[in-house]
Design a protein around this ligand. Structure first.
Ligand SMILES: [Zn+2]
Length: 249
């Protein structure tokens, strides 16, 4: 047995074990982080919607003010023409002034109609704001709930996670850089994230292909780091309970 190889294999097995535990914690968090992000994005969307509606309302209010000015002017003109008409004996001039007064009356009625329409529009917009605010309120409650859930999971596992991270760093330092990188690359490319396995019932614990008796002898000997010839996983040993490698899928 090569002492150096033996040490490396033990470290790799330990590393895999820690990573399995950390993966399990991540699975507990599940979809919560993504869901939270999604909810927060939607919240931003709702707030933007409200800002836009507020802008619309401001514009509509400006329009209403313009119509009010038009009405005031028309009323003044009506008063002026009515006064002028009092002193008129001439039919033609009298009719001309009456026509002007009628025109101002139409202008006033039209503006009043527009104001009424715009006021209804504001009511609609305000209802939309109210509706969106309800959505925001519900969304915020949902976010709070999910945050609480996630924080609980984080808090529950904080110490453990810290312990794992520390151990992981220590192992990474002890392993040579190249080996650590191969492990990481291998792990990242595997669906079940098991880069280090043991041989179980003559088969690779990762891909379940048979390991030849000669290779089993080499694995047992621990003179060099053996990898599965089918899947490339690092073989830490042969079904030996003292090697803590998780082979569950
Ligand atoms: Zn394999």
């Amino acid at each position: 047995m090569d002492k150096d190889v033996n040490e490396k294999l033990n470290l790799l097995a330990k590393l895999q074990d820690i990573d399995c535990e950390m993966d399990a914690i991540e699975r507990l968090k599940g979809e919560l982080p993504e869901e939270l992000e999604d909810l927060q994005d939607r919240l931003i969307g709702y707030n933007t919607r409200i800002e836009r509606i507020d802008e619309d309302i401001k514009e509509i209010k400006n329009e209403i003010s313009t119509y009010k000015v038009i009405i005031d002017e028309a009323k003044e003109l009506t008063k002026k023409y009515t006064d002028q008409r009092k002193g008129i004996r001439n039919n033609r001039e009298f009719d001309a002034l009456t026509k002007e007064i009628d025109l101002q009356d139409i202008e006033i009625k039209l503006s009043e109609k527009k104001i009424k329409e715009n006021k209804n529009l504001i009511k609609e917009k305000e209802a939309a704001i109210k509706e969106t605010n309800t959505l925001i309120k519900n969304q915020k409650a949902d976010i709070d709930l999910k945050k609480k859930e996630l924080n609980e999971i984080i808090k529950e596992n904080e110490k453990q996670e810290k312990k794992y991270t520390d151990s992981r760093e220590k192992i990474a330092k002890k392993l040579d850089k190249q080996l650590f990188e191969s492990y990481t690359n291998l792990r990242n490319n595997l669906r079940n994230k098991l880069a280090v396995i043991v041989v179980h019932r003559e088969a690779c614990g990762g891909c379940f292909n048979l390991v030849t008796p000669q290779r089993q002898v080499d694995i047992r000997a621990r003179n060099k780091i053996m990898v599965c010839e089918h899947c490339g996983r690092i073989i830490a040993g042969i079904d030996e309970p003292e090697i803590e490698v998780k082979t569950t899928k």
